[in-house]
Ligand binder design. Structure first.
Ligand SMILES: C[S@@+](CC[C@H](N)C(=O)[O-])C[C@H]1O[C@@H](n2cnc3c(N)ncnc32)[C@H](O)[C@@H]1O
Length: 214
């Protein structure tokens, strides 16, 4: 659904990018559970035989999300981890290493909660680096960075810089930035082989936002 700015919300674009690449029985990571929207999305994709590893540093966020997914009958598909995503790898069982099919990272602070509890470039980059190690060769990562709060622009810049210089050769990435807004959020899409295109986002709507690729 388009918002009043005339573009498809980046959260929807991120889910569209991930959706066709996760199947029943797969493993996935939500590195920032928050209210659990992406956790529920991933839990539906992996099915009863799969596993979602959900991280958040706020116990209240984990609890709210756990209750929400319990109401949806999805909570048992999730392993809830109340810890910093900078320690991603040590929480993922070894038999999932190299087999994770999707990682979703929605940065910033939890809306309606303490804005001082926000993500930081150092741990975000640690999570990104470890996520790539955990990812299957065909796996995908989406990251949404919000630039309108203190430190948000620096975090988005750090991700772009890291991807431009450190991304392993077999992976490709692309940045989506909605036009016509001050301090727009940024969506980073990381996949395998050719740079992910709008078509690969599996989004039937043609009116995708203008994108920049460094
Ligand atoms: C924008 S919210 C995520 C929204 C979520 N994807 C959803 O669907 O509702 C960002 C979340 O990141 C969490 N967070 C901040 N720093 C973190 C860290 N270092 N490790 C894990 N979670 C963190 C915050 O507590 C907050 O809940």
């Amino acid at each position: 659904m388009e918002n009043e700015g005339g573009y498809i919300p980046l959260t929807e674009q991120a889910q569209a990018f991930i959706s066709g690449h996760v199947q029943e029985g797969d493993g996935a990571i939500d590195a920032t559970v928050g209210n659990g929207h992406d956790t529920a999305f991933l839990a539906r994709l992996v099915g009863a035989g799969g596993k979602v590893f959900g991280f958040d540093i706020q116990p209240a966020a984990i609890e709210t999300a756990r209750e929400k997914l319990a109401r949806l009958g999805l909570a048992r598909r999730v392993e809830w981890i109340c810890d910093c995503h900078g320690k991603l790898a040590r929480h993922i069982p070894e038999d999932w290493h190299g087999r994770i099919q999707a990682v979703m990272i929605n940065l910033g602070y939890l809306p309606g909660s303490d804005k001082r509890i926000t993500t930081h470039p150092r741990t975000t980059l640690a999570a990104l680096s470890q996520a790539l190690d955990l990812l299957s060769p065909t796996g995908r990562i989406s990251i949404i960075a919000y630039t309108g709060h203190g430190g948000g622009q620096e975090e988005a810049n750090a991700i772009g810089q890291w991807l431009a210089t450190r991304l392993p050769g077999q992976r490709r990435w692309r940045r989506v930035v909605p036009g016509g807004r001050r301090s727009p959020p940024q969506l980073f899409l990381i996949g395998q082989g050719q740079p992910p295109t709008d078509r690969q986002c599996d989004n039937p709507k043609k009116k995708l936002v203008p994108a920049t690729t460094p």
